[in-house]
Design a protein around this ligand. Structure first.
Ligand SMILES: [Zn+2]
Length: 231
């Protein structure tokens, strides 16, 4: 076989993995790997995941040949993973235009609730919840449009996530883009791996937060933020 033919037979996931390893980049479930994906790769990934998903259905002894409900399930699930719910791993982040803080805003600003949808890394079960973001700007802080917070959150959450890590990834990105004096994020979410399976508790929610800068140093600011978010 010629090298081109060998290359043709290599699964796209192996090629992407090799590029990541050569660059010594981490590729955990909640990492974005868009820089290592070449044009056309996602279509090939879709085919590869479809094939393997079909293998899962076969192993579960589901008659996809005769059961019309599941005849296209492998493809649907592959599309859902690659193009929708885990898309935040494969596409570059939303473009954010930052504006200088011309009005010299320096009062606590709260954005939320923003609805967030994700899946847990442990079971790939949905995680659905809300986040609130508190920003304390200074005169050098960049201002971004309100809708951009939701776009950034969606990109971070569209990956298999661990709630504690998701809020930190979100905080890091907002911190980097806007450089505020203080940043606070609270996330409250239902984890379907606790409702649908496991303990089957329908009501429990997980709440966690990150506090940075002024929110960490100033208990009054922290209290003000927490009292203003309607939970
Ligand atoms: Zn889980």
């Amino acid at each position: 076989m010629s090298p081109a033919e060998i290359d043709e037979g290599t699964p796209v996931s192996v090629k992407i993995r090799e590029r990541l390893k050569a660059a010594r980049k981490r590729f955990n479930a909640n990492d974005n790997i868009a820089d290592f994906i070449e044009p056309g790769d996602l279509e090939k990934m879709l085919d590869e995941v479809t094939l393997k998903m079909q293998g899962v259905l076969d192993s579960l002894v589901i008659d996809t040949d005769n059961d019309h409900n599941t005849s296209d399930t492998a493809r649907r699930v592959a599309k859902m993973y690659v193009n929708e719910v885990f898309n935040g791993r494969y596409v570059k982040g939303p473009s954010i235009t930052e504006f200088p803080n011309a009005e010299h805003l320096n009062e606590l600003m709260i954005v939320g609730p923003i609805t967030v949808r994700s899946a847990c890394s442990h079971h790939f079960c949905p995680v659905i919840g809300k986040i609130w973001i508190g920003v304390l700007p200074n005169e050098r802080t960049n201002v971004i449009g309100l809708s951009k917070y939701a776009r950034i959150a969606e990109w971070i959450m569209n990956r298999p996530q661990i709630q504690e890590e998701a809020v930190i990834q979100l905080a890091d990105l907002i911190q980097e883009k806007t450089q505020p004096d203080g940043l606070a994020i609270v996330m409250e979410a239902s984890h379907f791996c606790m409702a649908w399976r496991g303990v089957k508790d329908m009501d429990s929610k997980m709440i966690n937060s990150v506090m940075r800068g002024a929110f960490l140093k100033d208990p009054n600011l922290r209290r003000e933020f927490l009292s203003l978010i309607p939970r």
